[in-house]
Write a protein of this length. Structure first.
Length: 310
């Protein structure tokens, strides 16, 4: 058998209505490059009929390879499952909602080959998301860049093409906190980005709401940086210094007779403020401990229920 040149890895969640057009568009785009390809679709515990549709497509084309996870493990764990099984010299990671346009794959591949790059990101110059989604995305990437120390472009997500050696490096990272894009940044290698057209979502809404975005930002920041702990230390030092200066001020006022009646309000305010601060600090430390606990349990990143066409 000839070696596979390009692998497409896409996690699938609530995509029953768009899978057929997704696969056909990918196939039409890959024909311009090679006939040695594979399309790996990873069903991540989708509650709709995505798996049945995937089986129908795989029966018609053995180059479509399916992985069904035993439950919903999350987008990035589903990507990990696909990367563990792909065999291509080049690997394209993309979402299944058609906002990552398959028509851009030849441009990504051409840039990688001509420029001898190991990584070519797809930069969404004009995002087709609604205003609130754009704002939340900018806030997320700003917070991530600040807390992690890794500068991120909010126009770049998972969509891109990656050399086999990059994917092999990613597959060596088995920590439970999965975030594909930061891991790509961490492993290094030669990289660039090209502007691509961002497609409209064909159906449904993004599964990332405010709660999930905040949770993801916290998880990534804690997994990739000690900065939150440093911020706690700095805040604690500043409060201690201010408290020391205020104590000197109060002592001088007492000595000079400036204090006659002790203040009930100031005591209550101080107790509430510092109690909240201590609980917040303990919460951040607890998050780090929870990530350590997740790591030492060494549970699998995902569990496969079925595989087809492998």
């Amino acid at each position: 058998m000839k070696p596979i040149l390009i692998s497409i890895v896409s996690p699938v969640f609530k995509a029953e209505k768009i899978l057929e057009i997704l696969v056909s568009t990918i196939e039409n785009s890959l024909v311009t490059i090679t006939d040695q390809y594979e399309i790996i679709l990873v069903e991540d515990g989708s509650p709709d009929g995505s798996w049945a549709k995937m089986e129908e497509l795989a029966a018609a084309n053995t180059k479509i390879r399916l992985i069904k996870l035993s439950r919903n493990f999350g987008q990035h764990n589903a990507i990990t499952a696909g990367l563990d099984c792909c065999q291509g010299e080049w690997v394209v990671v993309m979402d299944c909602d058609m906002q990552d346009r398959p028509e851009e794959i030849p441009h990504l591949y051409q840039k990688a080959v001509e420029g001898n790059y190991d990584i070519v990101f797809a930069r969404r110059e004009f995002r087709q998301d609604h205003f609130i989604k754009k704002i939340t995305s900018k806030i997320f990437y700003w917070a991530f860049s600040y807390l992690s120390g890794i500068q991120r472009d909010n126009t770049i997500a998972n969509f891109g093409i990656y050399n086999r050696k990059v994917i092999c490096s990613i597959n060596q990272i088995r920590e439970p906190m999965r975030a594909f894009s930061p891991m790509i940044q961490w492993v290094g290698f030669s990289k660039t980005a090209i502007n691509v057209q961002h497609g409209q979502r064909h159906s449904g809404n993004s599964s990332y709401n405010w709660s999930k975005l905040i949770s993801l930002a916290l998880d990534i920041s804690i997994s990739y940086s000690y900065k939150p702990l440093k911020i706690i230390m700095k805040v604690g030092f500043i409060i201690s210094l201010l408290s020391f200066l205020y104590s000197i001020f109060i002592l001088l006022k007492y000595i000079t007779g400036g204090i006659n009646v002790s203040g009930y309000t100031s005591i209550i305010v101080a107790i509430c403020f510092f109690s909240g601060l201590i609980i917040s600090f303990l919460g951040v430390i607890g998050l780090y401990l929870s990530k350590i606990f997740d790591g030492v349990r060494n549970r699998p990143l995902y569990i496969v229920d079925k595989k087809i066409n492998f």
